[in-house]
Design a protein around this ligand. Sequence first.
Ligand code: GDP
Length: 326
Amino acid sequence: MTKSALVTGATGQDGSFLMELLLKKGYRVYGLVRRLSVPNLGNIEHLIDRVTLIDGDLIDQSSLNSAVKEAEPDEIYSLAAQSFVATSFVQPVLTGEITGLGVVRLLEAMRAYAADARLYQASSSEMFGKVDREPQDEGTPFHPRSPYGVAKVYAYWACVNYREAHGLFVSNGILFNHESERRGLEFLTRKVSNGVARIHHGLAKTITLGNLDAKRDWGYAPEFVDLMWRILQHKESDDFVGATGEAHSVREFVEEAFHVAGISDWEAHVKIDEKNFRPSEIYNLRGDPGKAKRVLGWQAKTTFKELAKIMVEADIENLEGSRKPK
Ligand code: GDP
């Protein structure tokens, strides 16, 4: 029988790659989208004819109930969130409402109308925050460093609790940063790849950044949505870290991105502005994906350098045609 999947956060980077994967696997796919006066369907325009979009919002319980009733999902992918760390410092209450409580609302809708479904929760390496060990795995304690991280910890434990208290199949993927040409422009990797492409085309001279010393474990998003799917095919609900196992600094990413575009004096094109620093930063994140490999046969493949190349080349191509006349 055709399986049905409901994806929240359908218009985001992960939602778009995941819906592609589910369509390829023959699922009937429903995507929850927030109604906006100017729709942001850019990432999923090529999928619109093949998926059913349902209007809904994580702050509105009845809209989630209706979405679950309509989709009759076998699998629910909880990807929607206020997902940008910097914004969470200026909108902490909204972030808690959506990224934290929103997941409980979705769990309630599942409990009432799809108790036999399986739910994947997009947990985050930001939950580890101020880490006391390296690499981080499923047993590493959480010490979040932003309202976003705090909200994700709440949602994580809500999922564990619904598993233990109500016997629902709810699994967490604790995913480290994963990027792509579809990443939002506010995130570091995309801000840099887009900025480098603009400099390449003569549309800008510099990029303004913040802390270049922070390290992240950056992987390629399409591989990480495959992990989400695998987590829900496992015989029991459980929690898994998804990571490449390698960490690189922001500085290294910037250097590599300029290198891809053939620009050697990158420092001449980068400005630093205090406003791009976080009130409390996470300096070092590196995941241990051993359990995902052992139990699910999953492994990240795209290297750090390949990721930078994919992103910079895609942005250079996107901006082809907007080159400034000399
Ligand atoms: P995060 O790991 O979820 O916060 O993902 P981001 O892509 O937003 O940030 C990754 C790292 O890059 C963090 O340590 C940021 O402090 C650092 N960073 C340095 N400059 C910038 C910038 O201008 N924008 C963003 N988004 N991050 C920056």
